[in-house]
Design a protein around this ligand. Structure first.
Ligand SMILES: Cc1cc2nc3c(=O)[nH]c(=O)nc-3n(C[C@H](O)[C@H](O)[C@H](O)COP(=O)(O)OP(=O)(O)OC[C@H]3O[C@@H](n4cnc5c(N)ncnc54)[C@H](O)[C@@H]3O)c2cc1C
Ligand code: SF4
Length: 502
């Protein structure tokens, strides 16, 4: 334990955010860079609990008290080793994770939790600064070839782990750049894309082959894939968005959130925003929110990113509406510590200005004579618990129907499942009840050579879960190929740093 009285002496403090009026003018990250002194003070707040619930709250099983201690001792090399023993990409999670570890931190019971995510980001940024992040080459190659399909965090983590185990990995991606939603979903103001490129360079030096513009199922057929590779890992994401099939859906100005967000990330990268994102349905001309009344339908992360992006475009107004009731302002009794709390969350984009409303249903998109969206017809909802099932049921509030001005609407109501037509159907895979790839311990239930991880297996989720799943799937593949695996999803490289097959 770094400083036994640290949690009594120091307050939780995070780096300053750039002022709203400044950050709305660009797409740079919002938070100032971490400082060594700030990280040390925050690490000093860790109580090194006998039972560290933070460790359990993290889907990766990050060994948090140990890296906090190393940061307090300013031993960055040790902190980096501990952190990367469980997490391949702390530079992503350190920026955009909602930090379930912090929600289960013991200090959080009666004081603000330890700033674990900030400490994580500090460690990895310091490691890059000190040139500690070196390519790790496997001692020996196994001669086995593995294809990983889809280059989001799950595919990247699986590739990294499989390569460490000595297999030859080819990562196939239909988009023109590697990164999945890190690249073409999450805005630059949350995750600067240079952070992805910096990591990809290391992975390439480690021997992983990236192939972009390859729509697997179209450019490479499923039988070719199975013939050419000893195993296939599907990490294709949950890419089918939930639609809102009401009157006026085809008006000009109604778009899926992802059409808007991926275009903007391309603009920032200097790539033509409407260039064909191969195999994707998100091609619909330039979408600009400038001087528009924007309404974002859906209250989650994707909706929040549309709010921040619309603000940067210079929208006339930004309104976000959500079907469900407003969550409690504080942790509710239904989700007690150390569970992930169901509560109202205000993102940096919300801080920049948005009119947020809950318990609202959209009934119709209203257009003008030229087919342009001009308004939304909405209605208030009353949510009540059904006494028999205990489930919430909604009822429209009589007389609350009204129209609000809207010339750009973004559908941000989540994603249903991976795209089934094409590769998945050709492979003859089974699906679970929600349409995701059905697996037993990450191995497809219908083809033993095929594995799946991330959003295409578990449904839409988080980057930290995608990394965790990618690691777990890599272990399952390694076991399938070699009969045993020295890869461990959680914490093993500390115990077993040289885990390529001998
Ligand atoms: C707008 C938005 C914001 C988000 N913000 C956050 C956040 O702040 N924090 C957080 O933790 N999570 C966030 N998430 C969720 C997070 O991004 C996902 O859970 C995560 O990226 C899933 O990773 P994945 O690797 O499973 O899939 P993805 O990242 O979706 O990657 C799948 C990849 O597979 C490729 N692919 C699909 N089919 C094929 C094919 N046939 N051939 C070749 N390639 C193919 C796709 O092009 C894509 O690149 C956000 C999600 C969205 C949509
Ligand atoms: S639960 Fe919080 S205080 Fe306890 S070890 Fe983890 S980070 Fe430190």
């Amino acid at each position: 334990m770094g400083k036994p009285t640290g949690f009594l002496e120091f307050e939780r403090e995070l780096p300053k955010k750039r002022p709203v009026e400044v950050r709305l003018k660009d797409y740079q990250e919002i938070e100032a860079a971490p400082t060594d002194a700030g990280a040390k003070t925050q690490a000093a707040r860790c109580m090194d609990c006998g039972i560290p619930f933070c460790h359990n709250g993290c889907p990766l099983g990050n060994i948090i008290p140990e890296f906090n201690d190393a940061v307090y001792d300013e031993n960055w090399a040790l902190a980096y080793d501990i952190l990367t023993s469980t997490n391949n990409f702390p530079e992503f999670t350190g920026r955009i994770c909602p930090a379930p570890c912090e929600a289960s931190c013991v200090l959080g019971i009666n004081k603000p939790a330890v700033a674990i995510e900030f400490i994580e980001k500090s460690i990895i940024e310091k490691a890059f600064e000190l040139d500690l992040v070196k390519p790790r080459l496997p001692k020996k190659r196994t001669g086995k070839k593995v294809a990983v399909v889809g280059s989001g965090p799950a595919g990247l983590a699986a590739s990294s782990q499989l390569n460490q185990a000595g297999h030859s990995v080819v990562l196939l991606e239909r988009a023109d750049q590697i990164g999945g939603l890190l690249r073409y979903g999450i805005p630059d103001f949350k995750l600067n894309k240079g952070v992805i490129d910096r990591r990809l360079k290391v992975m390439q030096e480690e021997g992983i082959e990236f192939r972009t513009n390859v729509n697997v199922g179209v450019d490479i057929k499923s039988d070719e894939l199975l013939n050419e590779f000893d195993a296939v890992v599907l990490t294709m994401g949950s890419t089918v968005p939930r639609d809102l099939k009401i009157e006026g859906r085809n008006l000009k100005g109604v778009h899926f959130a992802m059409e808007f967000l991926s275009q903007q990330n391309k603009r920032v990268a200097g790539i033509d925003p409407v260039v064909d994102h191969r195999g994707s349905e998100y091609v619909n001309g330039q979408i600009r929110a400038t001087d528009k009344h924007v309404v974002v339908i859906g209250g989650g992360d994707t909706g929040s990113d549309c709010v921040g992006t619309s603000g940067r475009h210079g929208a006339k107004s930004v309104t976000q509406i959500e079907l469900m009731p407003i969550p409690p302002k504080e942790r509710d009794a239904s989700t007690p510590w150390p569970n992930w709390p169901m509560m109202l969350r205000t993102s940096t984009s919300h801080e920049e200005g948005a009119d947020r409303h809950w318990s609202i249903n959209t009934k119709e998109f209203i257009g003008d004579e030229e087919g342009n969206l001009v308004a939304l017809k909405i209605v208030d909802l009353d949510w009540q618990k059904d006494p028999e099932s205990g489930r919430l049921q909604m009822k429209e509030v009589m007389g609350s129907e009204r129209t609000i001005p809207c010339d750009l609407a973004f559908l941000a109501a989540g994603f249903l499942h991976p795209q089934q037509e094409g590769l998945l159907n050709e492979l003859g895979l089974a699906y679970d009840d929600r349409g995701n790839v059905k697996t037993h311990l990450y191995q497809s239930t219908t083809n033993e050579k095929v594995f799946a991880a991330g959003d295409c297996r578990r449904g839409q989720s988080l980057v930290v879960w995608a990394i965790s799943e990618g690691r777990e799937a890599a272990r399952a593949v390694d076991e399938y190929l070699m009969g045993e695996s020295f890869l461990e999803a959680k914490a093993v490289s500390m115990l077993n740093p040289d885990f390529a097959h001998a």
